[in-house]
Ligand binder design. Structure first.
Ligand code: PGA
Length: 231
């Protein structure tokens, strides 16, 4: 199975920055074996269409992801982006329950569970973010029949945006636990993943969710180059 790498830009970048990012990135990934890795970009919502156009223009097999979803369907929910708004936009993955959503926007397991259902109804694969202390609690808030359709991101809070990436042995242990709870789903690791450590994480996981390291096109390309095994 291909490793999954989702670059989460969070609330960074604007139109100009996207142009610059692609002009550098395209040059740096010429030798990547795309049979080994699936790379998705999660830009802020207003840049989604622009990023899709840039992907099409580049000819690269990159996928589109969103960083969040409304827990409600289309309707009177000011400020929220529903799956209905994303129709035809070619979104493959939706990150749901990121720790920054939980921390700054007070999202709870139930809300994340509803997002999982809405995403899957819209044929978008949810990337459910969990930390070690609430793997089971999050899972019970998701319709049991849907668990096996999720990708899970193991994201220890202490490692996110801190440079303190978690040791690989611990990541391996929690990924095993997550697979007991969710079933044999792809589990990726996020938390200060960079070019110089991605290789170790991919030995024990199904992919990675880099934030900071996806912002700089050279660093992200370097990370992807390190993620694939050269013949
Ligand atoms: P980071 O972010 O790579 O900057 O630590 C990871 C994440 O938030 O998923």
């Amino acid at each position: 199975m291909k490793k999954i790498i989702v670059g989460n830009w969070k609330s960074n970048k604007d139109v100009k920055a996207v142009e610059n990012w692609f002009s550098v990135f395209v040059e740096e990934v010429k030798d990547v074996d795309w049979q080994q890795v699936e790379v998705a970009l999660a830009p802020p919502f207003p840049l989604l269409m622009m990023v899709q156009a840039a992907i099409d223009h580049s000819g690269l097999p990159l996928k589109l992801a969103v960083q969040d979803l409304s827990p409600f369907p289309a309707g009177a929910y000011t400020g929220a982006v529903s799956v209905a708004n994303l129709r035809e936009l070619n979104v493959k993955y939706a990150i749901v329950g990121h720790s920054e959503r939980r921390r700054y926007f007070h999202e709870e397991h139930g809300e994340v569970g509803r997002k999982v259902g809405l995403a899957l109804d819209a044929k978008i694969i949810p990337v459910v973010c969990v930390d070690k202390d609430y793997v089971a609690k999050q899972a019970v808030a998701i319709n049991g029949e849907l668990l096996s359709k999720c990708v899970v991101a193991y994201e220890p809070l202490s490692a996110i945006g801190t440079g303190n990436n978690e040791d690989v042995g611990t990541v391996k242990r929690y990924i095993k636990e997550i697979k007991v709870v969710f079933g044999d789903v792809p589990v990726i690791y996020g938390g200060s993943v960079k070019a110089d450590n991605v290789g170790e994480y991919l030995l024990v996981s199904d992919g990675a969710l880099p934030g900071g390291a996806s912002l700089d096109p050279k660093k992200f390309a370097d990370l992807i180059n390190k993620a694939v095994i050269k013949p």
